[in-house]
Design a protein around this ligand. Structure first.
Ligand code: ATP
Length: 380
């Protein structure tokens, strides 16, 4: 049951029934020696989107990207770009450019020659090549590096040159295969923002493969979460995080507490769930329709769980427990609290005071509670 997140009330192209998708993937399947790598995937991606295919290693995201690029031919299904059937069009004739994880720059060429390469092959006039190369090197903030060779650049600089080389041919669609994976954490975070800014400036459509959920959440207009060749959920970062449609998605994106239970009351605006994990019943406000008696799981993010030393007064949504572990992460700490049922619940607490002054320590008895709107009911 999909729940309409508030932030999607402004009409975005995927919300507009009249908007035409720029890339349309219809029932795409790819098998290698009888093993399914991509399983009947259908997706619509709109002009100007930065769409991420997210999933763990081996789930089929690169195979899907390679089929879009034309490097792999589908076993069945169709690919349309700008309304034109591209399924059998060879890679070099597609309006598509690919940026690889390993940069794939020509090592013997200078930065300028690398960026100019595609334009020279297309036979553009020399003056136009010079102007376009300068324009795109400026766009990726690499002006002044024209004469350097790739081995005289840092990883981030090389990736920016690779991006300039892709964009200089003004493709309609850029495919990025884990473009930032080789960069260290700090540089990756900076380059993520740069990449988004560049994409917005140029207005081109990006489809990116990532196994890093934080990266996909930071950069994407929407995410397609994949598992075992299938798309499990498509949505904006907030939608995927706040309204996962399955236990798998809830677990893959961030951490989550899951309480298995049975629906004991079902109304238009809420359900009440009895769980063997918690002392009190769980009251969840939402419109998902599960009948009384249905076996479900209630998902609650650790940052939505409040930790107190005083007993809450409400009838629902609280439980007691003993602090078994405190994982210090600098800005926040994650408390691992064991309930009388033995279940461990995670609660993220902002470190507003220094460690020694914190009121809750190991082996303390605490109470955990959360608001009815912060739970999500998921099918088991
Ligand atoms: P990663 O994040 O590790 O790159 P991925 O999600 O991109 O993984 P794919 O590379 O698309 O996954 O691979 C999906 C499945 O298809 C894997 O089981 C892989 O072993 C298999 N596969 C991919 N390419 C081939 C090939 N050329 N021949 C046979 N099997 C392949």
């Amino acid at each position: 049951m999909a729940i309409q997140p508030k932030h999607l009330s402004n009409l975005e192209p995927w919300q507009d029934p009249k908007a035409k998708p720029y890339v349309q993937i219809k029932n795409l399947t790819k098998t290698f020696n009888g093993r399914v790598a991509v399983n009947d995937v259908s997706l619509s991606i709109y002009r100007g989107e930065l769409f991420s295919l997210l999933g763990r290693s081996g789930c089929g995201k690169t195979t899907l990207l390679r089929m879009l690029a034309g490097f792999e031919s589908p076993t069945s299904g169709k690919i349309f770009i700008d309304g034109i059937d591209m399924t059998d069009t060879p890679a070099y004739k597609r309006p598509v450019s690919m940026v690889f994880q390993s940069y794939a720059l020509f090592p013997h060429m200078t930065v300028e020659q690398n960026v100019a390469f595609g334009l020279i092959q297309d036979g553009l006039p020399k003056s136009e090549i010079r102007d376009r190369v300068a324009e795109y090197l400026e766009l990726v903030q690499m002006s002044g590096y024209e004469r350097r060779k790739p081995d005289q650049l840092s990883g981030g600089e090389r990736q920016r040159v690779a991006l300039a080389r892709s964009l200089v041919k003004q493709p309609k669609l850029v495919l990025l295969d884990e473009p930032l994976a080789a960069l260290d954490k700090k540089l990756r975070e900076r380059t993520q923002l740069e990449l988004v800014n560049i994409q917005e400036k140029v207005g081109v459509t990006f489809i990116m493969v990532s196994h890093d959920q934080e990266e996909a959440m930071t950069m994407s207009t929407r995410i397609g979460l994949m598992n075992e060749g299938c798309i499990l959920q498509v949505g904006g970062p907030t939608e995927i995080y706040e309204y996962p449609n399955s236990k798998y998605v809830a677990n893959f994106v961030g951490s989550v507490n899951l309480f298995d239970g049975i629906i004991v009351e079902e109304r238009a605006d809420h359900v009440v769930v009895k769980s063997t994990a918690t002392e009190k019943n769980l009251y969840v406000t939402h419109s998902a329709s599960f009948p009384v008696g249905a076996q479900i799981s209630v998902a609650i993010r650790p940052e939505k769980v409040l930790l107190t030393t005083t007993k809450p007064t409400g009838e629902h949504n609280w439980t007691s427990g003993i602090v078994k572990d405190i994982v210090y992460l600098g800005d926040v700490s994650i408390y691992h609290v064991q309930l009388p049922s033995g279940v461990i619940v995670l609660a993220t607490v902002a470190n507003m005071v220094r460690a020694a002054e914190r009121p809750i320590q190991w082996e303390d008895e605490v109470f955990l509670h959360w608001k009815p709107e912060n739970g999500i009911v998921l099918a088991i």
